[in-house]
Design a protein around this ligand. Structure first.
Ligand SMILES: [Mg+2]
Length: 289
C-alpha cells in the first residue's frame, strides 16, 4: 500500500515539474523563439522595469536603489519636506525622468503576438511608485504608449472594477497592466486569474529577476497552467554613451529636485556640477586678483 502512495506522489511531482521550463538569456532572438509557441490559449506576461523599458539615469536603476533611498530619506529629514511635497517629487520623477526600450523590437513583438490572438499582460511590481500610487499607473500606461505599447488589447472584457479598491488581496489593474506593489507577483497573478474569470493553458513569463520567475512559476503550477519562464538580462548591459554611476551626480539630482521641484538627467546634472565648480574657480580667481 505504502509503495503505491510513493508511486502516486512521485508521479504527481513529475507532472508538476513537467509544467515548467526556465531559460536565461540576454538575446532578443531567444525571446522571439520562445514566443513562437504562443497561441490563443497562451498568456505572454512581461515584467516592465528592466524588461520592456529601463531608466537612463543611474540613480533610478535597481542596483542603486539603496543609495537613492538612503540619501532621499536623509535629505527629506534635513530639509523638512512634507509628505505632500514628497509625493509631488515622486510624481515629477515618474513623469520626467527619461526611459528607453530594453530592445527596440519589443513593441513590434507585443503587437505581433496580439495580432495572433495571444493575450499579453504586464505584471509589474512598481514598489517605489507606491509613494504616488494613485497617479503612478496612469503615468506608466502613458509612458508605455509613448514607446508604442498598448496592452489593453485582448483584455477589453476585463474591468478594473474588481481591483478598484486596492487592498492586500487585490492588486491594481488597468488596461492590461497588473501592478503587484509589495505583494508577490505570483499572488497578484492568482488574484487576476480568479477575478478576470479567464485562465490560459500556458503562461510565458519574461522578467529580469529570478525570484519573480520562481514565484510566478509556483503560482502557475498551483493553477495547473504550463509555464515557461525567461530570465531576460539585457538591461544589465550599459547603454551607449552613458555616464557611470556617480554619488556626486546622484546627490546633486536629489538636492536639485528638493530645491526646485525639477528632475535633472545625469547629463544635465553633470554639466551643472561642472558649471558650478568653474564659477567657484572664477570667483576665487577674482578675489585673488
Ligand atoms: Mg524588472
Amino acid at each position: 500500500m505504502k509503495k503505491w502512495i510513493y508511486c502516486i506522489a512521485a508521479m504527481c511531482m513529475l507532472s508538476l515539474n513537467a509544467l515548467g521550463t526556465r531559460i536565461t538569456t540576454d538575446s532578443i532572438v531567444d525571446i522571439k523563439e520562445q514566443l513562437q509557441e504562443a497561441d490563443a490559449n497562451t498568456w505572454v506576461i512581461f515584467d516592465c522595469d528592466d524588461t520592456l523599458i529601463r531608466n537612463k539615469d543611474q540613480i533610478l536603476r535597481r542596483k542603486n536603489e539603496l543609495f537613492l533611498m538612503t540619501n532621499a530619506a536623509a535629505l527629506i529629514a534635513l530639509k523638512g519636506i512634507s509628505p505632500k511635497k514628497f509625493k509631488e517629487m515622486v510624481k515629477t520623477v515618474l513623469q520626467t525622468a527619461e526611459l528607453t526600450l530594453v530592445h527596440d523590437d519589443l513593441p513590434k513583438i507585443v503587437k505581433n503576438l496580439q495580432e495572433k490572438g495571444v493575450r499579453v499582460l504586464v505584471l509589474t511590481a512598481m514598489v517605489n511608485e507606491r509613494f504616488a500610487a494613485a497617479q503612478a499607473l496612469d503615468i506608466r500606461i502613458k509612458k508605455l504608449k509613448s514607446f508604442g505599447f498598448d496592452f489593453s488589447k485582448g483584455w477589453e472584457t476585463v474591468s478594473r472594477k474588481p481591483f478598484k479598491k486596492p487592498s492586500k488581496e487585490s492588486p491594481r489593474y488597468r488596461h492590461g497592466i497588473l501592478c503587484s506593489e509589495k505583494r508577490r507577483k505570483g499572488e497578484a497573478l492568482k488574484s487576476f486569474v480568479k477575478l478576470s474569470s479567464k485562465k490560459p493553458s500556458k503562461i510565458i513569463f519574461v522578467d529580469d529577476i529570478e525570484k519573480n520567475l520562481e514565484d510566478v512559476e509556483k503560482a502557475a503550477k498551483e493553477l495547473g497552467i504550463k509555464f515557461t519562464g525567461i530570465l531576460y538580462t539585457a538591461a544589465s548591459r550599459p547603454l551607449p554613451n552613458e555616464l557611470p554611476f556617480s554619488e556626486e551626480i546622484g546627490k546633486f539630482q536629489l538636492e536639485y529636485i528638493c530645491d526646485t521641484g525639477k528632475w535633472l538627467s545625469d547629463e544635465k546634472a553633470s554639466r551643472k556640477i561642472l558649471e558650478r565648480s568653474s564659477n567657484i574657480t572664477d570667483a576665487s580667481d577674482n578675489k585673488n586678483r
